[in-house]
Ligand binder design. Structure first.
Ligand SMILES: [Mg+2]
Length: 287
């Protein structure tokens, strides 16, 4: 795909936030600010796709000056600014200033499952719904208002696991049997409906194709096992290096190129994205 002229394709970037576009420890995005601005000027949408909630994402999106659709809570819901496409996608409902598509499960169902499961098997984890803001701050390093925003979840429950690996595996099996999905994030085990970041990415890509037919090139960037579904549906998968663990494993194949960053977090994002898009930036400049 890369031998094609980048200026003749519709490019879409879909990106994880924590540890990918944002620094794992201090949530800084300074290394990518200039590049994000260039991508925006050249009409390349950057779709934020994270385990974060809608409230958290709206704040970050504003901070990043991003005006594109975004995917929350590990593929549970897709928020599209109203009027972004010429027509509202069929599967979407209106909610305030957004069109929302919801492939995930409502949080009440997840909490019912957790309560029932805990009665029989105990709860060797900190879950956000039961935790105080102070406990979340101590466990995550988030600011207090960020921690409070992270508590307001609509489609998923992050669990900070405190039990053994064996207990965790058994819990995940019970969740799967009950019709839910579990995902390992950078910090948390997430319980959610049967969706993932990749399924939601494909659903959003269909919305782009329906509104503007053409040759789409999807670049995905992530740093964790919960990004693999998203990375697997991309034409180019960028695996951003994390300082505290091995990179998730994704094979190169005929349809997909896999690039690993040398640097961590947003510096790794820039390191991999810049060479892909600099031909587009220079070509557009000379037109
Ligand atoms: Mg991450």
């Amino acid at each position: 795909m890369t031998q094609n002229n980048p200026a003749h394709s519709h490019w879409l970037i879909v990106s994880d936030l924590d540890g990918t576009l944002l620094d794992h420890d201090d949530y800084s995005h300074a290394p990518v600010d200039r590049l994000l601005h260039q991508l925006d000027r050249h009409g390349v949408p950057v779709i934020l796709n994270s385990s974060k909630t809608c409230t958290e994402m709206i704040g970050l999106r504003r901070e990043l000056t991003n005006h594109h659709p975004f995917i929350v809570e590990n593929g549970s819901a897709i928020f599209i600014p109203s009027g972004y496409f010429p027509h509202k996608p069929e599967a979407a409902r209106r909610s305030g200033e957004f069109w929302v598509i919801e492939p995930g499960a409502p949080r009440a169902r997840l909490l019912d499952f957790l309560a029932e499961d805990a009665r029989e098997h105990g709860a060797p984890y900190l879950n956000f719904s039961a935790a105080s803001v102070d406990e979340i701050v101590a466990a995550t390093g988030l600011e207090r208002d960020q921690a409070a925003a992270a508590q307001r979840r609509d489609y998923s429950e992050p669990l900070l696991w405190r039990g053994s690996e064996t207990e965790k595996r058994a819990f995940c099996e019970r969740a799967t049997c009950a019709g839910f999905h579990t995902l390992e994030g950078g910090r948390f085990l997430h319980l959610l409906g049967r969706t993932d970041k990749g399924a939601a990415t494909l659903q959003l890509l269909r919305c782009y194709r329906d509104s503007r037919p053409g040759d789409y090139r999807l670049v995905a960037a992530g740093d964790s096992p919960n990004d693999l579904d998203m990375l697997a549906v991309a034409d180019i998968a960028i695996i951003v290096r994390a300082p505290d663990r091995d990179a998730p494993v994704l094979q190169d194949d005929k349809a997909r190129r896999v690039i690993h960053s040398e640097q961590y977090g947003p510096a790794g994002w820039r390191e991999c994205m810049e060479p892909l898009f600099s031909p587009l930036f220079s070509e557009t400049k000379t037109q």
